[in-house]
Design a protein around this ligand. Structure first.
Ligand SMILES: O=C(O)CCC(=O)C(=O)O
Ligand SMILES: [Fe+2]
Length: 233
């Protein structure tokens, strides 16, 4: 019998983070990790690496790459697809984080994408949400599925610092280890993002006349400086 999905909103700022512990059980997680380690061909480079399924994420436009044909979801991915949306995701990104790797603070593009989920596997890592000076740490525990909606999706950035240890609330250090995540994105089904946040929304920026080239360069510059700043932590 299919397990009933139980997403609950985390009672924290930013609002709109929906969470389900144990989206997969520990044995299933181990089988997945064996596949990730032994059967998949990863890009040969240090740091965080990614594999794409469905449409391919385009790091230039932050949307999908129209040149790359759709890739069917492999068998191991099928049972990991959230069933809480009316259709399967359009873009799925499996990422590997070796110890010390991170992802710069960012907002997943509002223009191309609507719903956004992420599943964590392997070692835990702290994700930091930021809005202005406010920083909130969320522990991405293995086997948990997170959905970002509302404020957490639109108005706060999220990132994982590049560092070998995370500092826990009690001050202890927790070493990073091999972590995998699966990010699921749904293309917007008609209509545009109306959030109006010129700092974080590519649609609001386009309407204000900020050119596409400039937007991605601006975003990259912001990411790079934020990431550099986080190296010292
Ligand atoms: O690794 C994660 O859990 C999230 C990654 C992420 O933010 C993204 O792929 O946009
Ligand atoms: Fe993201």
């Amino acid at each position: 019998m299919e397990k009933r999905r139980e997403f609950k909103e985390l009672p924290i700022q930013p609002r709109g983070i929906y969470w389900e512990d144990d989206f997969v059980d520990a044995e299933h997680e181990q089988r997945l990790i064996s596949i990730f380690r032994d059967e998949l061909k990863w890009p040969d480079r240090p740091g965080r690496t990614s594999l794409h399924y469905g449409y391919t994420f385009d790091y230039k436009t932050f949307g999908i790459d129209p040149e790359i044909p759709y890739k069917e979801f492999p068998d191991w991915l099928q049972p990991l697809i959230p069933t809480t949306e009316v259709r399967p995701p359009d873009q799925v990104c499996l990422q590997f984080y070796p110890p010390g790797a991170g992802i710069p603070p960012h907002v997943d593009a509002h223009g191309p994408y609507d719903q956004l989920y992420a599943l964590s596997l392997g070692a835990p890592a702290i994700m930091q949400f930021r809005r202005g000076d406010v920083r909130i740490d969320v522990d991405l525990t293995p086997r948990s599925m997170m959905q970002m909606t509302g404020d957490s999706r639109l108005h706060w950035t999220h990132g994982i610092k590049k560092r070998k240890n995370d500092t826990m609330v009690d001050g202890t250090l927790r070493p990073r280890d091999h972590r995998w995540s699966i990010t699921y994105r749904w293309l917007r089904d008609g209509g545009e993002c109306e959030c109006g946040n010129v700092e974080h929304c590519d649609t609001a920026q386009r309407r204000r006349g900020v050119e596409k080239e400039k937007r991605s360069v601006m975003e990259l510059a912001a990411k790079t400086s934020a990431d550099d700043a986080s190296q010292s932590n």
